[in-house]
Design a protein around this ligand. Structure first.
Ligand SMILES: [Zn+2]
Length: 376
């Protein structure tokens, strides 16, 4: 028993977690990635209400430009690259580049917290960009958004937002949203790569540490609402989707359902499995270009059994430390308050799933329990 625990401890990465006086949490993980550092800031204040659905996405677009619209050029001048993304849980701003750029990255992260002065013209422009993004969304992401709405109702509005509604958001609404989302107490910054703990600590204090502390109640966070009674939805995007609700990746049942999803992805033509990790509840969506799920509904076990072993391998590979999923996970999740379990560890747990667990979990994707989205 002791030997097993010691072995597991070695697999958990060496993350140094600092909490600055203003409440910003900084997670530092030196990694042997020669000549590169990455900074990811996740600002997780305030779950979105349906009435304000998409406002954080609009905020993300404007914040990523910077108050003087120079974030991109400052980061690029240092040889770096900036990207931004809005999920149900957080607005994320990520930068990576050479180690010398770390101070610039942290300074940009600090300035992103605002306050900015927004104008109606900027808002209208970025709303237009969001409309263009929405228009080229692949059908499976439209289906996945509908599945999330089925799973959690108004507690988890689609972060994308509607361009025409967003164009009319008044500047003061966006300013107060920036103050809420980027409250230092809801900011986590992960620093990974070719950096020492001492250097990263000093730079974090001299940049992020200067954000003014807030008083009053800390901002609320994303909290999925209760599961709705309705199990089906229709959307105007082709295909059909089966979706299941899961908890965090640390839960064995989540791993079994994901492996079943991978197995079912192999069991049919043109299927796409979508999963965004959450520390709370999340949705696994399996989209199919067609609508034939009959084998699944009549006997899920038979439909999935020939693919169960391959599904386990797919999952283990997705969780392996060098996979794109694992890299994104490390960047975005390091230092989250609940801690992080190494993807290598999760990958080895996933690899030990038994095919019978996967076959059993496949039933979650079948009628009458699966959430179903159909294209019109
Ligand atoms: Zn966008």
């Amino acid at each position: 028993m002791t030997a097993t625990l010691a072995a597991l401890a070695l697999l958990v990465p060496g993350v140094t977690r600092l909490e600055l006086d203003n409440g910003v949490v900084v997670a530092i993980e030196p990694m042997p990635v020669e000549g590169r550092v990455a900074v990811v800031m996740a600002a997780s204040g305030v779950g979105e209400t349906p009435a304000r659905s998409g406002c954080r996405h609009l905020l993300e677009h404007l914040v990523a430009l910077g108050p003087k619209r120079d974030f991109d050029s400052r980061v690029e001048r240092m040889g770096g690259y900036l990207r931004a993304e809005t999920t149900r849980e957080a607005v994320e701003i990520g930068m990576d580049g050479p180690p010398l750029a770390l101070e610039t990255f942290l300074q940009v992260a600090k300035e992103a917290a605002g306050p900015f002065e927004f104008t109606a013209e900027q808002i209208a422009n970025e709303a237009k960009v969001i409309g263009e993004e929405a228009a080229i969304r692949p059908p499976y992401t439209v289906h996945a958004a509908a599945a999330w709405a089925l799973a959690f109702g108004e507690g988890a509005p689609d972060p994308m937002g509607d361009a025409s509604t967003l164009a009319a958001v008044p500047p003061p609404v966006l300013s107060s949203l920036q103050a809420e989302v980027f409250d230092p107490r809801s900011i986590v910054v992960a620093i990974t790569g070719d950096v020492t703990i001492e250097e990263a600590t000093n730079l974090a204090y001299s940049t992020l540490g200067t954000l003014p502390a807030r008083r009053g109640a800390p901002p609320s966070k994303f909290a999925p609402g209760p599961r709705s009674e309705v199990l089906t939805a229709e959307v105007s995007a082709r295909g059909s989707t089966r979706a299941v609700v899961v908890s965090s990746l640390e839960n064995q049942a989540t791993l079994a359902k994901l492996a079943a999803g991978f197995a079912l992805q192999r069991a049919g033509e043109q299927r796409v499995l979508l999963f965004t990790e959450s520390f709370q509840q999340a949705v696994v969506s399996l989209w199919s270009a067609g609508s034939d799920w009959s084998g699944l509904d009549t006997n899920a076990g038979t439909a999935v059994a020939p693919f169960a072993e391959a599904g386990i391998r797919d999952l283990a590979r997705a969780l392996a430390p060098d996979s794109p999923f694992a890299r994104a996970r490390l960047e975005a999740r390091l230092g989250a308050p609940t801690g992080v379990r190494a993807t290598g560890y999760l990958s080895s747990v996933a690899a030990k799933l038994s095919p019978s667990e996967v076959v059993e979990a496949a039933a979650w994707f079948a009628e009458p329990v699966a959430l179903q989205v159909r294209g019109r």
